[in-house]
Design a protein around this ligand. Sequence first.
Ligand code: BG6
Length: 490
Amino acid sequence: MANFVPVDDFDLVIFGGTGDLALRKLLPALYHRVSDGQITGHSRIIAASRGAISRDDYLAMVEEALRANLPQGDFSDEQWHVLRDRIYYAQCDALAADQWNDLVGFLDSTGGRVRVAYLATAPSLFGPIAKGLKQNGLITSTSRIVLEKPLGHDYESACTINDQVGECFAENQIYRIDHYLGKETVQNLLALRFANSLFEPLWRRGSIDHVQITVAEELGVGGRIEYYDKIGALRDMVQNHLMQLVCLVAMESPSSLHHDAVRDEKIKVLRAIRSISDENLKANTVRGQYKAGAIDGGAVAGYLDELNGATSSTETFVALKLEIDNWRWSNVPFYVRTGKRLPAKHSEIMIQFHDVPHSIFPEQKYEVQANRLTIRLQPDEGVQLSLMAKEPGPGGFDLRPVSLDLSFEETFGIRYPDAYERLLMEVLRGNPALFMRRDEVEAAWHFIDSIIEGWEATSHKVESYVAGSWGPTGSSSLLDRDGRNWTPDV
Ligand code: BG6
């Protein structure tokens, strides 16, 4: 059981305090940290938003959101009262110079404690809010600013945001969130690789045939369609979450867990990923968009139906073949895919080892299969190693694939905290290791931009796929061409 060390008193200002992220993710995360006794003393959570809402009305909104979003049975009146005493509401229009007084009133006398501005707003407001905080004298030496993704929509817009925020905050005060880095199993990848000597000699081209990363979602785009239609899966999921997973699998061992040691290794991977542009675009990228289908026996609408029949070539599925040009990974492809309206919410990293060089076993009922190490991110977080074993019995010598299966939940017997719980605590403690540094975000955009430009220049086709399937046929062909298959589906 983890040891919960309380954090020092803080003021956390959530810009976008009435928005979806604040109500669905941040406040439930804070509720759990209060329940576990990690937030104590006189800490304050100040929700800031444009609306003229009373504190009581805001508290009613939060209570309703907690009841709806906490796992069943987790809400208790007692804990809610501990949390509600710490929640305040400030009316603030970040774009109006005369609309900051409320917030200034909350903050002007608490300069010494940790002060965090969490920007759960549109990225276009990141620069203006940072500026407003500076102009109103709200930035202290203990201030930190948290930027939610998406950090821009391309390399240039990300640089602009980074410049604007950088004029007001030092780089070590800026926390760029990628919530995948707060997921327990993603951190367990570091433990698996660097707290066990077993894997390191095998973690390279001589032993590994290829790597697959799948982040599949059952949900469609739903209420976010207006935003999503301008973004698509490549920007929404690959630029951040999947690229970060690739980095953690592929990076060299950092010299310590110091934030810059880890991030220095990740940036080397991002810079070594071979660029995908016009010439290699067709062979290495697949875009898909879901059409009507069924998931778990229930009919679901297609993406264009959700757009009320408008035309759109926005991808809701993307698969890429990545090559990392360094000694460790030369000729070991990393296949990554993500999509909405796939058959299940299922995310995993699969390391496929080489076939045995020569089989000594006579013809078998089960073919000798190469070993696989699967790290399951969600659901049922765990690690699985597939092996070949001999079937028990005195006659013959029959082999069968079996697996060593570790379920973290069964082993540790605790609720797995949401990524935001961890990330909020890391910000309050002042540890930026699980956040993206400016150069990482910009390098990832650089890579993504050339794919998007290539798609536009070559009018790269968006293939449709039936909702509830594993994506368009092009996705299977991507691996088929290399004599491989995606797992877990085919
Ligand atoms: C977000 C994306 O960053 O991650 C969403 O914007 C996506 O489109 C979500 O649904 C997936 O996160 P998780 O934690 O549910 O895998």
